[in-house]
Design a protein around this ligand. Structure first.
Ligand code: FAD
Ligand code: SIN
Length: 604
């Protein structure tokens, strides 16, 4: 431990020296390009009131998925520009990052308020800017007077209250769906979204949306049934799912698909996901990512109907009027206020990005990466307790088995569904690749290095356009032959070539004697070949608020709470101890519709 501490200290010193050298080098560069006048000006600076030594200085902060590095350019008295040199976080964090940069330039200081709903991104940007400015100050950083601020200075401004019929917390898939249906049923609706962009985890969804007996399946000649969908879902969830909720999900998902298609969604490609007996996962043609497309369709409809969406506005409490939900308290960049409403729909998503909370329920996941967007922190799940809500299955938290350890980027299960295999560091298969996530994640953790490689060929690549995104981002190792690919992976070439040859034989025979993989849609014989290293990361929180089949939130006595509805990942009970791939999009839209409809009808 001591040895590690010394190494860390030495590395930190080296980094500080490098940063100083870099900032200094840039400053020197600025001066060597200048004239004698510049040099004498520099001397003057030492004695003058100049705040900064002109130049460009780099500083680093720690973001959600890795470091953020900024290059801050200053003149004598002001920050001129800030450029992003390195940024590892998701696209969700780009908007708050840029907002913070703008605020820092305007304030001429790294000491600015965080952007609402993006505290981690805000603090990482502040950290990086402060580190750069520390190198730029002529006489050190100006004194921090914030401690001297009075409570009055720091207290948020109290704004005028608003009133509506239905208020929805969260502009992800469930919230947008609920808002549309509430509006369709005659209610005035406001959605509050704490992040600066809409979409939540729904925007990230890739593989697709499960439904049985849809018109699309019929057109493609896929035989499926609601009963089989129900059985797969219950089995996948370890049979601890609430059967009534699963019944509603499996019977109504096909109507949800038709509803989405009716609003312009393209769900014409149907593929296989883990734990499904047949192909029932609906996605855009060519196998394009499903979530962003669905969010776009829902958002366009919500806009068309006149749903009001308040961005960067965080719900902080549910107003409890003698046990009835009567609106919410919110906080925005401008201040705090109440939104009074006749019904509240909670659609705030899960808590996969809150590792502290995850580890509270599942200590073995402490320090795990996550596929989730940074706003998936579960704050509403927490404060909803003031309504005496009942919670269910809180410790049921799922890892996704194919997440890149370097950047937490999820490689969709659809890649395996369309034919890819998983091999370990020895170049051997070790599991039925399209088993449930719980099974595949566990098997992966038993392999050398607790990771694996997804391996596939050009045929699989061409079957799923989502793969093009991975290719363009440079995630894939690529080689003309299995042996050459193995070299890139650091795996024994003969072992990988042998594994592929056996697998291709199983495809030809239609039977996998090693792991009983039930569906092997294509052989892997067409170069180039591709691989990407993956490991499990926290993906879905199956537990949450307990609801009934009408999407009403139940209290600890099992009674429906007046005026309080919930849908989506914030709820529990639908997925048991393991959600099947494709079942969340079905859940959030199906129960989102029910929640929005019932919330609106309850107030008529
Ligand atoms: P979200 O979409 O997360 O939306 C919740 C919203 O509420 C967020 O925008 C959040 O910022 C906001 N919010 C939270 N707290 C507050 C607050 N206090 N005030 C205001 N706003 C708040 N499932 C599938 O079925 N198929 C897939 O292909 C699939 N792929 C996935 C890929 C990835 C990378 C991830 C992470 C998940 C995937 N899932 C998939 C799961 C699925 O996307 C989610 O379970 C689902 O989208 C959750 O929808 P939601 O509307 O409940 O929550
Ligand atoms: C994926 O595309 O692998 C994720 C699907 C899901 O979480 O349902």
């Amino acid at each position: 431990m001591k040895k590690w501490l010394s190494i860390i200290v030495v590395l930190a010193m080296m980094a500080a020296m490098l940063l100083t050298a870099c900032g200094q080098a840039d400053a020197d560069q600025a001066n060597t390009n200048g004239t004698d006048q510049d040099m004498s000006q520099e001397q003057d600076n030492q004695e003058s009131d100049a705040l900064y030594k002109p130049g460009t200085y780099e500083g680093e902060g720690q973001g959600h998925a890795g470091p953020i590095k900024l290059a801050v350019t200053v003149n004598e008295n002001a920050i001129e520009k800030i450029e992003v040199v390195e940024f590892s976080d998701s696209e969700f964090a780009e908007e708050p990052r840029d907002q913070m940069i703008e605020n820092i330039i305007a304030a001429n200081s790294a000491d600015v308020d965080a952007v609402a709903g993006a505290s981690l991104t805000s603090s990482s940007v502040k950290e990086a800017a402060a580190a750069a400015l520390a190198l730029a100050y002529v006489n050190g950083a100006p004194e921090d007077n914030s401690a001297a601020e009075t409570d009055e200075d720091t207290a948020p401004q109290v704004l005028e209250d608003r009133t509506t019929d239905v208020v929805v917390i969260g502009a992800g898939g469930a919230g947008l769906t609920a808002a549309i249906e509430a509006k369709n049923n005659g209610a005035n609706v406001i959605i509050v979204e704490k992040m600066p962009i809409i979409g939540g985890n729904t925007k990230y969804a890739t593989g697709g949306l499960n439904a049985a007996e849809t018109s699309v399946q019929k057109e493609l000649g896929i035989e499926d049934s609601i009963e089989l969908f129900y059985e797969d879902t219950m089995k996948g969830g370890g049979n601890i799912n609430n059967p009534d909720l699963v019944n509603v999900l499996t019977h109504n998902a096909k109507n949800t698909v038709e509803w989405l298609i009716g609003m312009g969604a393209d769900l014409s490609d149907v593929g296989r996901m883990g734990g499904a007996s047949v192909n029932r996962c609906h996605r855009p043609s060519g196998g394009a990512p499903a979530g962003n497309h669905i969010v776009e369709v829902l958002y366009a409809q919500a806009e068309k109907l006149g749903v009001e969406i308040l961005m960067s506005t965080q719900a902080t409490a549910i107003i409890n009027e003698e046990g009835k939900a009567a609106g919410i308290e919110v906080e925005s960049n401008e201040g705090i206020y109440n939104i009074h409403a006749k019904a509240v729909v909670v659609a705030s998503g899960g808590f996969g990005a809150n590792n502290e909370l995850v580890a509270e329920f599942r200590p073995e996941f402490k320090g795990y990466g996550t596929t989730n967007h940074p706003g998936a922190t579960g704050d509403v799940i927490d404060f909803a307790s003031t309504m005496n809500v009942a919670y269910v299955d809180m410790k049921e938290i799922q890892t996704h088995p194919t997440v890149m350890p370097s950047n937490n980027y999820m490689i969709t299960e659809a890649v395996r569904g369309n034919g890819a295999i998983l091999v370990n560091q020895e170049g051997q298969r070790f599991v039925n690749e399209i088993d449930t996530r719980a099974v595949v994640s566990k098997a992966e953790l038993e392999q050398t290095g607790q990771s694996a490689y997804i391996v596939f060929d050009q045929g699989v690549r061409e079957s799923l356009s989502a793969i093009e995104g991975y290719y363009k981002k440079g995630f894939l190792l690529e080689a003309e032959t299995p042996e050459a690919l193995a070299e890139l992976m650091g795996v024994d070439p003969q072992a990988l070539a042998g594994t592929l040859a056996s697998y291709n034989q199983y495809v030809a025979e239609g039977v996998d004697p090693d792991f009983e993989r039930p569906d092997m849609p294509r052989d892997l014989v067409t170069g180039p070949y591709y691989a990407v290293e993956v490991a499990p990361a926290v993906h879905h929180t199956m537990g949450g608020l307990m609801i009934n089949t009408d999407a009403q939130v139940l209290n600890t006595d099992g009674e429906a709470i007046d005026g309080l509805y919930a849908a989506g990942e914030v709820t529990g009970g639908v997925h048991g101890n393991n959600r099947l791939g494709g079942n969340a999009l079905a859940d959030i839209t199906t129960f989102g519709r029910i929640a929005g409809t019932n919330a609106a009808q309850s107030i008529q």
